[in-house]
Design a protein around this ligand. Structure first.
Ligand code: ZN
Length: 397
């Protein structure tokens, strides 16, 4: 700028300083305005000041990015800009669906299969379908006889609650006192080793592998069970959860479900024709084997990139099998691996994926989503940063 001004000054008569800097010049004859900016006009100084300010801002942005890289282990542009976290999180490509005011499901009688829950309308992936408090909780450690504890709990229930409790199915069907059988058949973990019975949620039937479409989780904060849609569900479809780890062959799944819950599973995966069922069994068994191999990273028997290759392979098998559950945890495993090997970019990618899937499976306000968000925003603060050999472990794709 100064060189240009000097050159222009030389070529310009001193008596006409207006020619030293011309921002715009048009002929008056054309009828358009003529604007001349001289080196000593306020506009000239405003331009210089504005350029200087832009340069200062650029320098500030660069030094903020450097400081951020130092602090968080990942290079980002203008990380200090207001709303940065919100902006990056909104780029994840998934929005939690709005809570529906309408009832999304109803409990119905299913011919030959007892009761079940069906969708009353189309339900979007990640929707909160149900939240429910337990009618009965049995803590892990009791200093009284469990049978009398349960009897006392039941005596405190309202008539409607008691009816809901005794209306639940149970195994074995010929139990002399049905309440322990109802509890062992229907109760789910409620934290701290306790179990609870949730009469509506307990109406969810089982589906194996890619056949189940909802997941339940317990909320410590509210003491409720919540059920979320794992994928888009169409009106009239039965809502199915899973009672067990179904990453195993059909005969093993069915034997377990029959002995534990007293039914022969006829879900979509169990009903596949023999050749397809065999293929599906192989895929599910492979998933389980790969999970086992992935655990070796914990014992430092695998490099970071080997571990993440396994994560990607499990992910791909899940995609082929329509098995979309557990993806939050799978991505969260990668979120442990990547920062351990000081790979900030990979940590961010996997943290974004984990946030997205935890939000679908557990709800966007779940602590696991927040946990992943922290790593997404600043990988170096993950608590495991640099605990393993530095390595480019690779992102999601
Ligand atoms: Zn099945």
């Amino acid at each position: 700028m100064s060189r240009q001004r000097k050159a222009n000054t030389k070529a310009t008569p001193k008596q006409d300083p207006a020619r030293t800097f011309s921002a715009a010049s048009t002929s008056p004859a054309s009828g358009r305005s003529t604007t001349r900016v001289t080196w000593n006009t306020p506009l000239f100084y405003a331009i210089i000041l504005s350029l200087g300010f832009s340069l200062y801002q650029f320098w500030q942005g660069q030094s903020a990015a450097r400081a951020y890289q130092e602090e968080c282990g990942v290079r980002l542009e203008v990380p200090s800009a207001p709303g940065f976290n919100e902006a990056v999180i909104s780029q994840l490509g998934w929005r939690p669906p709005k809570l529906s005011e309408e009832r999304l499901f109803e409990v119905v009688d299913l011919p030959g299969r007892g009761k079940g829950i069906v969708a009353l309308q189309d339900i979007e992936m990640g929707s909160l379908i149900l939240h429910e408090s337990p009618v009965l909780v049995v803590p892990r450690s009791l200093n009284v006889d469990p049978v009398s504890f349960v009897a006392h709990q039941i005596s405190t229930l309202s008539e409607a609650e008691r009816e809901a409790f005794y209306g639940l199915s149970y195994v074995p069907a010929d139990a002399p006192d049905v309440s322990p059988a109802i509890i062992s058949t229907n109760a789910v973990a409620v934290g701290n080793g306790g179990i609870g019975v949730f009469p509506t949620m307990a109406r969810l039937n089982h589906g194996c592998a890619g056949a189940f479409n909802v997941v339940y989780s317990f909320r410590e904060a509210t003491g409720e069970i919540v059920v979320h849609a794992l994928r888009n569900i169409t009106k009239g479809e039965e809502l199915l959860t899973t009672y067990t780890d179904t990453k195993r062959p059909r005969h093993e799944r069915q034997a377990y479900l029959s002995s534990q819950y007293g039914f022969e599973c006829s879900c979509a995966v169990c009903s596949l024709p023999p050749s397809q069922s065999e293929h599906s069994d192989k895929q599910l068994t492979k998933m389980s084997t790969l999970y086992g191999e992935l655990a070796a990273w914990g014992a430092a028997e695998l490099s970071g990139s080997q571990a993440l290759r396994l994560v990607r392979a499990i992910w791909a098998l899940g995609e082929q099998e329509g098995y979309h559950s557990e993806r939050g945890q799978l991505a969260a495993d990668a979120v442990t691996v990547a920062p351990s090997h000081s790979d900030g970019e990979a940590a961010r990618e996997w943290a974004a994926e984990a946030m997205r899937w935890f939000a679908v499976e557990l709800g966007e306000e779940h602590p696991r989503v927040r946990e992943m968000q922290k790593v997404f925003v600043c990988p170096k603060r993950s608590g495991v940063w640099g605990t393993r050999q530095t390595e480019r472990v690779g992102g999601v794709h």
